[in-house]
Write a protein that binds this ligand. Structure first.
Ligand code: FES
Length: 310
């Protein structure tokens, strides 16, 4: 460090930290042992490293394009900066904003040797959501043990169908299934997901006869599929953790599955997915529907089968 090395005065830690040339504020603060959360590992894909610049804003280099995008998305004013994207050329005073004790424990990614790593991993995937139609009314009339018996019968066959097509069951949510088909594993991941969706409908048809004979009711499912970026991360507390995927792609797949109700069909996929599988699938109707939490209408395509040689 020389006399001209820029420094950041960090609150609430009350520490002056030198920021050597080539380092951003996140790196400098972590090296100084200050627990700044950094969920994405310093790539402007989260906002957990945010700082409130108290003085010396003129000594901060302008925002990177990636920081600007996040700032616009979260409506930051000019005094809020992402530490991992900010370099300085003089004295700055800043307060870190994600800073209570729980956050500090969560920032245990700061352990030595793991400093600066993301707590998730970005990937591109095709996501499949499947849900049992009218499950609540079914579970209202069936004894709970029968519900478990029935669901496990369905999950066992459904899980096998998903694996057979190269996917992974991410989790079961009540009667719902979230499955992921990773592009890094299969370049035809979307077609595989569609095949799995058709297989799941067959599984449900097969189980329906069983349910009908035992309980006098049918058993139908709805399936929705969408593709895009996801973040794979570990969620939970110390007693129970599991790996899962998060992101807008997952939410959209769930909403597409839900839109099957309004469309009155069992299987819908998004327009981007349709573009990828158009030559291989038999499509039914196209619906322009609103999806909860999303602006405008979205073209959703009914899938009814596969073309001959697919
Ligand atoms: S660590 Fe995620 S944006 Fe800085």
């Amino acid at each position: 460090m020389t006399d001209s090395t820029p420094t950041v005065f960090c609150l609430p830690d009350d520490k002056h930290v030198p920021v050597e040339e080539g380092y951003n504020l996140l790196q400098a603060l972590l090296i100084a042992g200050i627990n700044v959360a950094h969920a994405c590992g310093g790539s402007a894909r989260c906002s957990t490293c945010r700082l409130h610049i108290l003085t010396g804003a003129e000594n901060c280099e302008p925002r990177t394009a990636a920081e600007q995008e996040m700032a616009e998305r979260l409506k930051f004013d000019d005094s809020i900066r992402l530490a991992c994207q900010t370099r300085i050329k003089g004295e700055v005073a800043a307060r870190r904003l994600i800073l209570d004790m729980e956050d500090e424990e969560n920032a245990s990614q700061l352990e030595e040797g793991n400093m600066g790593e993301a707590i998730g991993r970005e990937a591109t995937a095709t996501v499949l959501f499947a849900d049992v139609k009218s499950f609540t009314s079914l579970s209202d009339v069936l004894p709970p043990y029968d519900v478990i018996h029935l669901l496990n019968r369905y999950f066992r066959r459904a899980g096998a169908a998903i694996q057979r097509n190269g996917g992974h069951v991410d989790c079961y949510i009540g009667d719902g299934i979230l499955a992921v088909f990773r592009w890094e594993e299969h370049e035809d991941a979307t077609l595989r997901a569609v095949k799995a969706g058709l297989d799941l409908l067959e599984v449900a048809t097969g189980i329906s006869g069983y349910v009908e004979s035992w309980y006098g009711r049918g058993f139908e499912i709805r399936v929705g599929i969408h593709s895009g970026p996801v973040v794979a991360g570990r969620l939970g507390d110390a007693t129970m953790q599991r790996d899962t995927i998060i992101g807008d792609t997952v939410n959209t797949a769930s909403r597409i599955e839900n839109a099957c109700k309004e469309a009155g069909v069992p299987f819908l996929i998004s327009a981007p997915c349709m573009e990828m599988v158009r030559d291989s699938v038999e499509a039914g109707r196209t619906f322009a529907l609103e999806l909860r939490g999303k602006e405008g209408t979205h073209d959703l395509h009914e899938i009814t089968g596969l073309k001959g040689d697919s």
